[in-house]
Design a protein around this ligand. Sequence first.
Ligand code: LIP
Length: 263
Amino acid sequence: MPDAVGARLDSAIRLAEQAGKMAMAMRPPPGAVRGKLKAPQDWVTEADTAIERFLSEQFAAAFPSDGFQGEEAGVSRGGRLRWVVDPIDGTANFARGAARFCVSVGCLEGTTPLLGVVVAPALHETITARRDAGAWLNGRPLHAADTKAVDQAIMEVGWSRRRPNTAYLEVCERVLRDGASLRHGGSGSLGLVDVAAGRLDGYAELHINLWDVAAALVILREAGARVSDFLRGDGATAGNPIVACAPGLANAWSDLPGLPAAV
Ligand code: LIP
């Protein structure tokens, strides 16, 4: 019989994978965006709202005393344990029929992330982690990269219109000046997961929200990556900047412009 966290992890995997199947069934064809703009370059589709509603209803039925927070509808229930969900992270990609998107499900006790599940259905990947019990990609253990030379590294810098492009360009210029390769993929959750998987050496973003990172924070911790203190201050409610990286690069990237150090 699994314990309370184990039972929640099992349910989160099952429900996130069901949500992934919903997303694939609702994914628009390639072409112009099919969705609504919430803010400049910030889209929402019918799938975002339908998947969030599905997950809210399912978690309420399975764990009625738990809280629930989703990107689209906000905090709908309070509880000692709280589900924090991004129904589709990488909506701009999803809305154009691209593959780099995921369902992100995290569960926190207060401000301590306990478990995380990220399902990328078009990439056929399910990433899971439980605090102090490791991180797994399709059942294989995850470990951050052992890269130590910054001029051999790959860094993704997340972008949104929530911060000025001048600040974004300053970070990108510094990364390039250090000799690292630069990426931007449009899904913060998947960028952070790639750091945990050793497929990227770093992910940085000037502002990202709790629902984008709630699952990835556990996955990164369990994979041995270094991560800035995202939940400091009012990070859980207002979001924060984030830096996550391979342990050997924490010093090199400890002073990126406008960004905290990964500890
Ligand atoms: C996205 C994040 C990304 C950020 C985008 C957007 P969404 O989440 O994953 O890191 O740069 O602005 O917030 O909106 O696709 O769920």
